[in-house]
Design a binder for this molecule. Sequence first.
Ligand code: SF4
Ligand code: SF4
Length: 410
Amino acid sequence: MNRRKFISKSAKQIALLNIAGVAASSTLTASTALNMDSKKILRTPDELIYRSLGRTGIRVPVVNMGVMNANNPGLVRGAWESGIRLFDTAWVYQNGNNEKMVGQVLRELNIRREDVIVATKILLPDPAPSRGRERKKMFLDRFSESLSRLQMDYVDILYYHDIQSIKQLNDRFIRGAISELKEQKKVRFSGFSTHTDWPPLVTDAARTRFYDVILLSFNYGMYNDRRIFDAMKLAHEAGIGLVAMKTQCQQDWYLKNLPIEQTRYYEGALMNTALLKWALRCEYITTAVPGFTNFSQLHEDIGVAYDLTYTNEEEEFLNNRLVKQAIASVCRHCGSCVATCSQKADIPSLMRSHMYTFSYGNPLAARQTLSQIHPGRGLEACRDCSVCTGKCRLMVPIADRIREMRDVWG
Ligand code: SF4
Ligand code: SF4
């Protein structure tokens, strides 16, 4: 589903609502203002809502850029010119080309290094080397590659990527590596990213206070999950900065789970801005890093960072009973279905790869996610027995999705 289908008319409406009464400045250029309408260039990046990222002291706009899905240097440049200051990449994205692109664009912009926040992530394979020293060396080697791809002496935030267990979170060898990098001033702040059943991880991070920042999946599908808000509150109170990703979540839920009349009704209803605002209105979240891939999406997302007030239309959308039911069936990667599968298929990762394949249209990320699955627990593990059907409390159609994946990936 192309999220752009929902934007244009109402995006203009919301921008105009947000900017009503603010005089246009003749000194603004198209690249330094939110240019929704050439005759009404009324917003400048200094009007963006800023927040502090926990105890790091970093101040960033509430909307930044997850560069993962983008391969257009012009878009990164456009994001900077629109006021975005945090760029989120990873060692693994686009086989390293994503870091290279971010580094190159920031260099060409000729901005002071201290004026931009760069976050990258180091992923270890599954299974990771069993010897602690080898894990540490692999982590440090990969980080060294990241720095040279970025053409930088340091990164602001280094995430240990895709953490799935407390054991992994507190691996003393990886923590030792991160501490060394901080001492060497190659990393300013440490963090971890997580997609999978993260409340226990976030709660533990609040207890240990080792990590400064957490990048977590957070979206409207979680609106009624108390554990998530309790864990975020603990982290927030511990001074840990929380960055939201996957905020606009999977959108195939919208098409597949709502009656066609309902999707028509919400055509142009700013599903994406409503969902992004919902995430950012959470008091524990500092900022989000949506993965926009074109200028239309950039304008849509950065437009939210001027005013988090819902429009009537957005409020109606979020409160719609069918929408709530539909979004509640988005996979939260909780992992509780794995025990029901005799083959121990890594269902959460398969569902994530399904999301990249069918919702984000990002085959590279989908394939990378598949390749990171422990051998024998990927698509090849599934015997199509459908035992998992009906076992997910959110009613995610697991077997159907794996079948769809097999059609694409074999
Ligand atoms: S399919 Fe359901 S049970 Fe399995 S990881 Fe996703 S949300 Fe959890
Ligand atoms: S359909 Fe596949 S994932 Fe589901 S229980 Fe059977 S083997 Fe496991």
